[in-house]
Ligand binder design. Structure first.
Ligand SMILES: *[C@@H]1O[C@H](CO)[C@@H](O)[C@H](O)[C@H]1NC(C)=O
Ligand SMILES: *[C@@H]1O[C@H](CO)[C@@H](O)[C@H](O)[C@H]1NC(C)=O
Ligand SMILES: *[C@@H]1O[C@H](CO)[C@@H](O)[C@H](O)[C@H]1NC(C)=O
Ligand SMILES: *[C@@H]1O[C@H](CO)[C@@H](O)[C@H](O)[C@H]1NC(C)=O
Ligand SMILES: *[C@@H]1O[C@H](CO)[C@@H](O)[C@H](O)[C@H]1NC(C)=O
Length: 323
């Protein structure tokens, strides 16, 4: 039997959580991602996308593994006809679910460009959404330059404006029934945390810690010397303590949201959609400076989706010692 672990969850503005190490549970590199599930239903966020199955993704070279990388991309060769479901793309989800965990993603490249809406996130299978919760770790649209991390939950989960984090709070209601599913979001302060700036720096590392005291997200660009060695070297043990890793870019403390009742086991998801509820909205597409209408752009400009790809070096999933 395990001795109970005493966790101190102090207030949102001070120390984040008690120190705890996590051991590597699984590392996904290259071909390992072909064990994930390819999602083929309509995009729930109403994107102009046609999510293809694994054999189609392989045959069309939309999902490619090498010894050292895994690449997922949009079709950048073909026009989309008005009657088609959308531009061909990929959405995959992990075979296992995780609760208390640390995810470390070493990423070379993320999808960018007008009309794109990529995300790396975790979500419950429970349904109907948002039962069991959603954690968005990397997300943005069009040619944004700053990452947005957010939570989407059922009722009674909110965040204070000021927390122990480097990013800026943009919304405080995690409850998806507020403001058209906006969720509680934090915009990252580093302009190379998303999009073209991220890619031109050779990418970097994202880490998400989900624990009893809350959820934290960190980002380090490829050339940032403050990245912890255990993250950059993918060591078998990590300790996501802010006194060792620095304060997180986004912090969602459990003080104003009961995590046990709002978050259950989650699958890990990568996707890439186009237009839809966020990227295609007048306030996003219209304000981006991108040409034409979002759907017209997706349909008629395949070569503009050249940069619309994920290229992953590795994904490490860590779970608590001895569990
Ligand atoms: C498939 O994509 C990979 C990665 O971009 C590339 O190296 C390869 O040449 C492509 N193969 C074909 C047949 O297009
Ligand atoms: C690894 O994670 C899986 C899925 O959550 C879990 O069932 C398993 O017990 C974990 N293994 C270890 C050694 O922690
Ligand atoms: C935040 O959530 C708590 C319940 O956890 C609730 O009592 C409170 O009214 C909420 N505050 C706002 C501003 O919604
Ligand atoms: C390196 O990362 C730290 C922690 O996120 C950040 O405060 C700092 O601005 C970054 N430095 C550079 C040069 O990007
Ligand atoms: C986004 O792309 C459009 C079209 O290329 C351009 O006009 C606009 O300036 C870009 N916006 C940013 C923030 O880079």
């Amino acid at each position: 039997m395990l001795a109970p672990i005493l966790l101190l969850c102090l207030s949102a503005s001070t120390l984040v959580q008690a120190s705890q190490s996590y051991l590597i549970n699984h590392t996904f590199i290259g071909n390992d991602f072909f064990a994930w599930d390819w999602y083929t239903s309509d995009d729930p966020t109403h994107g102009r996308v046609d999510y293809v199955d694994r054999p189609t993704a392989k045959a069309m070279n939309l999902s490619v593994a090498s010894e050292t990388t895994f690449l997922m991309r949009a079709d950048h060769l073909n026009l989309v006809h008005p009657a088609d479901r959308g531009r061909k793309s990929v959405r995959i989800s992990s075979p296992s679910t995780y609760t208390d965990s640390v995810l470390v993603l070493d990423l070379w490249h993320m999808p960018t460009g007008c009309a794109t809406w990529p995300a790396w996130w975790t979500v419950s299978k429970k349904g109907p959404w948002p039962n069991g919760g959603e954690i968005d770790i990397i997300e943005g649209v069009n040619n944004n330059s700053n990452n947005l991390a957010s939570l989407h939950t059922t009722t009674n989960c909110n965040m204070t404006q000021t927390r122990a984090q480097n990013g800026q709070t943009v919304s405080t209601q995690c409850d998806a029934s507020f403001n058209y599913n906006q969720g509680c979001g934090v915009s990252f302060s580093q302009p190379n945390s998303y999009g073209p700036g991220f890619n031109s720096d050779g990418g970097g590392w994202y880490a998400m810690h989900r624990g009893t005291c809350g959820i934290s997200v960190w980002f380090w660009s490829r050339d940032n010397s403050t990245v912890p060695i255990e993250v950059s070297q993918a060591l078998p043990t990590v300790n996501p303590d802010p006194s060792l890793w620095g304060s997180p870019d986004a912090f969602f403390p459990a003080t104003t949201c009961d995590y046990m009742s709002h978050f259950d086991p989650h699958n890990i998801v990568f996707d890439l959609t186009f237009c839809g509820d966020w990227a295609g909205s007048p306030s996003a597409y219209g304000a981006s400076g991108c040409p034409s209408t979002c759907e017209d752009y997706v349909n008629n400009n395949p070569t503009m989706f050249n940069e619309a790809y994920w290229e992953i070096k590795s994904l490490g999933v860590y779970t608590p010692d001895g569990r």
